[in-house]
Design a protein around this ligand. Sequence first.
Ligand code: RP5
Length: 162
Amino acid sequence: MTKPVVGIIMGSQSDWPTMSEAAKVLEDLNVAYEKRIVSAHRTPDRLWDYGRKAVNRGLQVIIAGAGGAAHLPGMMASKTRVPVVGVPIQTKALGGVDSLYSIVQMPRGFPVATMAIGAAGAVNAGLMAAGILALQDAALAERLEAWRNALSASIPEAPEDV
Ligand code: RP5
């Protein structure tokens, strides 16, 4: 088993359908990752422990998704210098704007690279993580270029009637 370099963490099992989109991208790009449920509110000790060990465990990027009062990405950024990419989960009550605002407005000194709300944000979080890792990994850089080119090639020149 390859050691994970990306940690995908989320506040709840209910976040997994969204966060699995980040996992799929990492699988496509052959990036080793792990996935964990780590809740800022329900399992704060687990959050602390994960953040404390992240550097020594060799994690290079953490993708953190949470919804509502979404404190997980920011708290993780407070606990580790490993770059944190935040994914605001879409919520029923407020559409995910609550999650977005909870994640994006970090105080100076503790950044979270905040993606779009929902699945697009999760996909982009996977790509952002891959882009960071590709700076030091030529083979991954090639795979990422190929992924991007394939996406561009899949876009038709003109719309069709449906
Ligand atoms: C947050 O509360 C989680 O990230 C999730 O998005 C939201 C709802 O969690 P569940 O009630 O579905 O477990 O902590």
